[in-house]
Design a protein around this ligand. Structure first.
Ligand SMILES: [Zn+2]
Ligand SMILES: [Zn+2]
Length: 243
């Protein structure tokens, strides 16, 4: 299984990368996590195959890349998100802003979780996270391995539940070391590693670096100097993990 980080910024694009999007290639499954601007790279890897897109929430940095999806040549696209996803997407993905989903050159369906869990048997669990807007985290079971995807969030019990004994936790690192913002909850590097350790996750990959705070790639690399967790990966755009 390959995990490709197509976009690793939070909030906006800078020279450090695009906003958040992660591709997991597991057998025949192409699983896309969030639709930040990094999603424009998807057709480098996925062509004429079905793809599944899972949305954490509707802050712009997680959906702003959607308007590039019309250029893809997928066999089909199945989009999943929290309750209300279909209405919210149809509100945004329409004229004059962009091409509506119904006019894409491939079939697109929208499902809502947990109601439609049966359609995606490789999704083991979805739970709400703690953020400034409703947001959900995911736990996938793929090729005998568990991968959790949890952004954007503050520290909460559901984050630990989703990451329990995971082979890989992909989570966020919006805040700088030692910083918190209670009004708009996010994780700092110590929080992310503490959650991974509490959950017993084997590996943790940090993504969604707030572009306003992590202005250079060096500022991300420094995280690894201060934290001793063997399974820690600081993700960059176009980096990948073999699982
Ligand atoms: Zn975000
Ligand atoms: Zn957010």
């Amino acid at each position: 299984m390959k995990v490709r980080f197509l976009g690793t910024n939070g909030w906006y694009d800078t020279q450090t990368g695009n906003t958040i999007c992660v591709l997991i290639e597991a057998g025949d499954l192409s699983i896309v996590l969030d639709a930040g601007n990094g999603i424009h790279k998807l057709d480098r890897y996925v062509k004429e195959k079905p793809a599944y897109l899972f949305l954490s929430h509707f802050h712009m940095d997680h959906i702003e890349g959607m308007h590039t999806m019309v250029k893809m040549r997928l066999e089909s696209l199945s989009i999943f998100g929290m309750d209300g996803t279909e209405r919210i997407l149809n509100d945004i993905l329409r004229r004059p802003y962009t091409v509506p989903l119904a006019e894409y050159p491939y079939p697109v369906t929208v499902g809502e979780l947990p109601r439609d869990m049966k359609k995606v048997p490789f999704v083991e669990n979805v739970l709400p996270l703690v953020h400034a807007s409703p947001c959900i985290g995911y736990r996938f079971r793929l090729e005998g391995k568990t991968v959790a995807y949890c952004t954007d969030t503050g520290v909460c019990d559901n984050l630990v539940t989703l990451a329990k004994d995971a082979d890989l936790l992909i989570t966020e690192c919006s805040e700088l070391s030692g910083r918190h913002s209670d009004g708009w909850p996010h994780l700092n590097p110590e929080d992310a590693v503490a959650v991974a350790q509490k959950a017993g996750a084997k590996r943790v990959a940090l993504v969604h670096f707030n572009a306003h705070l992590y202005k250079t790639l060096e500022s991300r690399e420094k995280i690894q100097e201060h934290l001793s967790f063997k399974g820690l990966t600081v993700a960059f755009d176009d980096s990948e993990i073999e699982l």
